[in-house]
Design a protein around this ligand. Structure first.
Ligand code: PRX
Length: 653
């Protein structure tokens, strides 16, 4: 949990004694309606993992049945061996023979206020047509298609079209800059790119196509670029390479059967930050991911046909992949999607939409909740939120006080809150209170879902006792698990499967209390969590060092009221450069250009030297204390030159 690494907050959380049982009315109707039912499910899965998932998998459509549930060749898993299915079929075609065909699959609201509704039938038609467009551009099974788009329905359509024909999508969040797009394209070997002329953000147009043009100059494998019209702004179209989405769609036939695909066919790559500079392409495959998305959607959100479900995450992140697109659609739900920012044109925008669209389930991030708290209750109080029945949180730990505000102000003390712990790598939710079954404690993600076996281990790799902190591991494979890092099996093994034998190491610290409730305590590695997004310190440092003025840089996180953590950097300058305010602004602009706005440091500290160990490693731990304005805690005996620390403190004064 963010900030729990601060001694004061550990104490605070340990004193957390509030506990909220599931509301009786909710539990009475829920799929999993009591603690006993949850425990029975969890025990059933633990007793016979393969039997449990094998039974669940009957809920997917199989072109060819599987013969074996799990082939576990540590650390490589194959789920539903020999079977053939198709994620796009499970999301769309599977609902066409039921009355669901005419219910909204997507309700989309654009930032300027435009609304589009796609029923399952309509979405199916669009996806089939776009799959034919892709085929027309030479895209085949196994080809990688890169997507860099605003939050528009076409993004979901393009993903589902890729899945339909066995192409692998690589979505790059629209906030990334050209260099980051290009790096991902090169790593993935992307063949085609899909983008838009622009996107709306707080009334401004985001020039997506211009970023793509710069990226494609450095993406040699990309041959074609399809451009979707969103803002209508003027963009440069390169003849022979760039094509308009709408013109291609006009010509495309509407018939495109879903291709039967082997269970382990790659579905998508999604890049995330690791503790080294190179972003990791997390690989998810077809059947296991699809099943995990569906089951977690049903268990955690207790999703029903009559729900209007809104996950506020951008599709560019894993939460958007699993809980805006694949989970809700496989479950036959109505997924609400919004293009813009929560505070535009006013700070009540989200609540206005909850009222207007009668949203029943809201799944968002602590950073958004904290921002709303800061903006003031008047923005919430204006609207009728009585349609809500369930709230969710994801991306980082939710501070108990933010949890209480969410509970009181948004949930009006009626709605359970599911604090969901998971990662890009896990594909779907791993730990969370099932809303009809598990009592919540603010700040705890509570218990594992059926089939998930977490273990907190100490430095000796042995499970620690209740209440003690340690590394969070997962002891058994699960269907939604990552299948690897794209093109880098060695890194996959090293990162996740080598430090603790026979267990998946997730990179978070956690503790499990006497009641079997898990409390996430933040990252083990040098990964920051800014507004629920993972950023590696080294990526930001590398971007800074690529500027001629910068000799050396160290990035650390510092506690931030709204973002959870903000980026602070310490920079030493090359000779001939002076620490000026102009340079500070220039460096911020440089990071924005190299990585994107999300990585721009809030604070840039110029210093004459960085604190290092005798072996030359930057001691970020000490810099974290300085950035946060704290006394230096902990051991400084490995520090090579103690005067550096004194100087840094003096520079701060
Ligand atoms: O540190 C944990 C934190 O976010 C990390 C995963 O980030 P990412 O792969 O970008 O996926 C975010 C959305 C699933 C985790 O290793 N994290 C995520 N959810 C929680 C959390 N920390 C505490 N509580 C959570 N509910």
């Amino acid at each position: 949990m963010r900030g729990m690494t601060k001694p004061g907050q550990i104490v605070n959380v340990m004193k957390e004694e509030r506990c909220f049982p599931p509301p009786a009315e909710f539990a009475a109707k829920a799929r999993v309606g009591s603690l006993a039912e949850y425990e029975a499910l969890w025990n059933e899965a633990n007793h016979d993992l393969e039997g449990f998932w094998g039974k669940a998998a009957h809920e997917l459509h199989w072109f060819k049945p599987y013969t074996k549930v799990l082939e576990w060749n540590e650390p490589f898993a194959q789920w539903f061996v020999d079977g053939q299915t198709n994620v796009s079929y499970n999301c769309l075609d599977a609902h066409l023979s039921s009355p669901r065909r005419n219910k909204p699959a997507l309700i989309w609201v654009g930032e300027p206020g435009d609304v589009r509704i796609y029923t399952y039938q309509m979405l199916h038609r669009e996806v089939c047509k776009f799959a034919n467009v892709l085929k027309g551009q030479g895209i085949e099974k196994g080809d990688v298609v890169a997507l860099y788009m605003p939050m528009v329905p076409e993004l979901a359509i393009a993903m589902l079209a890729c899945a339909r024909i066995g192409a692998i999508h690589s979505v790059v969040f629209g906030g990334f800059a050209a260099e980051a797009i290009a790096e991902r394209n090169r790593n993935a070997g992307a063949k085609l790119m899909i983008t838009a002329d622009g996107g709306w953000r707080r009334g401004r147009q985001i020039a997506l196509k211009a970023n793509v043009d710069a990226a494609l100059a450095k993406s040699p494998t990309v041959q074609k670029c399809i451009v979707c019209r969103r803002t209508g702004s003027q963009v440069a179209m390169q003849p022979g390479r760039d094509l308009w989405w709408d013109e291609l769609m006009e010509q495309a036939p509407a018939d495109c059967p879903a291709v039967p695909l082997d269970s382990e066919t790659p579905l998508f790559i999604l890049y995330t930050s690791g503790s080294t500079g190179k972003p990791k392409g997390i690989l998810h495959t077809t059947a296991g991911y699809n099943l995990f998305a569906k089951k977690t959607m049903e268990w955690v959100f207790d999703i029903r046909d009559e729900d209007a479900y809104w996950c506020t995450a951008d599709i560019g992140w894993i939460t958007g992949h699993t809980y805006v697109v694949y989970g809700p659609l496989t479950a036959g739900a109505t997924s609400f999607m919004y293009e813009g920012a929560p505070d535009w044109p006013h700070r009540g925008r989200w609540w206005e939409m909850v009222e207007k669209h009668r949203i029943t389930i809201l799944y968002t991030a602590p950073t958004a909740i904290r921002a709303c708290i800061q903006w003031g209750d008047q923005w919430v109080d204006k609207y009728d939120l009585s349609s809500l029945r369930l709230l969710g949180s994801v991306g980082e730990g939710i501070n108990p006080e933010a949890w209480m505000w969410y509970h009181r102000k948004i949930g009006r003390e009626r709605c359970p809150i599911v604090d969901t712990w998971w990662q890009t790598e896990t594909g779907g939710i791993m730990m969370t209170p099932l809303p009809g079954a598990i009592a919540t404690k603010p700040g705890s993600c509570t218990k594992p879902l059926p089939g998930i076996v977490p273990q907190v281990v100490g430095k000796d790799h042995q499970p620690v006792s209740a209440g003690a902190g340690g590394w969070l591991t997962i002891a058994r494979p699960w269907p939604g698990m990552l299948r690897g890092i794209w093109g880098d099996d060695a890194r996959y093994k090293l990162q996740y499967w080598s430090q603790v034998p026979h267990k998946y190491l997730c990179g978070d610290n956690a503790r499990c209390d006497e009641d079997g409730y898990y409390w996430i305590m933040g990252r083990i590695d040098d990964v920051l969590n800014v507004a629920g997004h993972r950023l590696s310190t080294i990526e930001i440092e590398s971007a800074l060092v690529s500027h001629p003025a910068v000799a050396e840089a160290a990035a650390v996180g510092r506690p931030h009221e709204v973002k959870g953590e903000s980026v602070a950097v310490f920079v030493t300058l090359s000779s001939g450069f002076e620490p000026t305010e102009a340079l500070r602004q220039e460096l911020k602009g440089h990071v924005r250009k190299e990585i994107g706005a999300l990585a721009v440091p809030d604070d840039i500290h110029f210093t004459v030297a960085l604190p290092k160990t005798r072996s030359g490693k930057i001691m970020r731990r000490l810099l974290r204390d300085i950035a946060a304005g704290r006394e230096t805690a902990g051991d400084t005996s490995t520090l090579e030159d103690h005067s550096v620390l004194a100087r840094l403190r003096a520079e701060e004064e």
